[in-house]
Design a protein. Structure first.
Length: 133
């Protein structure tokens, strides 16, 4: 009973109420609004990842940063990861690289000039591309 009270007290230290709104105290004493409604979590995920104004499909890391700058809920990282993995536009844009590549090196007589061309064949379900570096 005593340990449980201490644990609750320690957990409560990371929360505060400001102007009637429950806030979470993040590292660095930054206050973020606590979200408890799953529909509001979904709305925030959608607007900060996929909305043309606030999102622009920048991926998991950028979306997590944007959300955690202002909001907090227990499973924010997992929810963002699942949301981005389910985003059809992000999955089409971030194609998987097939590393069965081949490289060609071309050396010129001038020892100060060396050109190296690397052709990488990238396979996706939608298209094939040839990238020259």
């Amino acid at each position: 009973m005593k340990n449980e009270k201490r644990r609750i007290r320690e957990k409560a230290e990371s929360f505060a109420v400001c102007e009637g709104v429950l806030m979470h105290r993040s590292p660095g004493d930054k206050l973020c609004r606590v979200i408890v409604d799953p529909s509001e979590e979904e709305r925030i995920l959608s607007s900060l990842h996929a909305d043309p104004v606030g999102g622009a499909h920048f991926g998991q890391t950028a979306t997590i940063k944007k959300i955690t700058d202002r909001f907090w809920w227990r499973s924010v990282t997992n929810d963002v990861r699942d949301f981005v993995r389910a985003c059809a536009l992000c999955q089409r844009a971030n194609f998987v690289i097939n590393y069965s590549h081949f490289a060609y090196c071309i050396a010129f007589p001038n020892r100060f000039l060396f050109i190296r061309l690397i052709f990488i064949r990238i396979m996706t379900s939608a298209c094939r591309r040839l990238v020259i570096y």
